[in-house]
Design a protein around this ligand. Sequence first.
Ligand code: FE2
Length: 316
Amino acid sequence: MSHVKIPLFAIKPESAIPFNLFRKEEDHYALVVEDGDIFPKNLSNLMLNYPNNEPCVYLHKKDKPKYYAYLENFLGKITQDTEVSVKEKSALIYDFAANTLDNLFQNPESKELMNRSKNLILNTINIIFAHDNSVKSMMEISSHDYYTYTHSVDVSLFSMGFVNYLNYSYDDMANIGYAALLHDIGKSKIPLEILNKKALLASDEFEIMKHHPKYGCEILQFHGEKNNDILNPVRHHHEKALGTGYPDKLIATKTHEFAKIIAIADIFSALTTKRSYKEAYSSFNALQLMKNDMLHDLDKHLFFEFVKFMTTISRQ
Ligand SMILES: [Fe+2]
């Protein structure tokens, strides 16, 4: 497919468009706005596409990076636009997040992508605050297949939704959202043959994989991060209550609360997505498995609050 569809509300009238925009016709894509031109005020009415008069625009696949850079400037406005539905906002922010993380995993030293990730969390919080059912709406979009980057977006979403449910502060939501989004960024330093292995890891491979929380913390420090509410959860999201986790073998009382929350969201997300060696569990079955087999590793109080949070979401 040479062209990709984007929603019309993502393009702001009277803004300069840094890529070509097309309308889909029966047998071709017709150029409507040329790279560098201003998107006219009333053009939205004409952007109806074959075959169902769907109001959207198309751009060349190769221009997607330019589209995400353009979109970043308007994300704040779009998330607060009362004419855009929560479903549409959720889909847009999820797509933006997945793209940002996909690129960040390939280029973790990028300052631009790191800033974009921070921005993204603040915009996601805007949506969560503005719409009661936004977490559910974003969860419904989330990928059922496992990719490191969509997994990161999901863990961030579950963690932010959960602390919002627990009435934590705005700053707490921002910090845990950002830490959860980047909790596995250290995997960008793990050899691809281990990262992409389509089977359970051998013990020597797992030893290498166990370095990723430490690498993640180092990447954040490389970017100047000093906030322990972000650094600690990234480093300690694989610690276990009895001190059997990694990398520092911390017991529960020594582990940051956000690390314990991210650990729960991380396991829940991994269980509810499909891997090459296992099917996806339903939310109910995932929570039941966590309760029966993993509770000794988790913070029990937080886990049962998480179950209540998921129950509340499923009833929305
Ligand atoms: Fe991890």
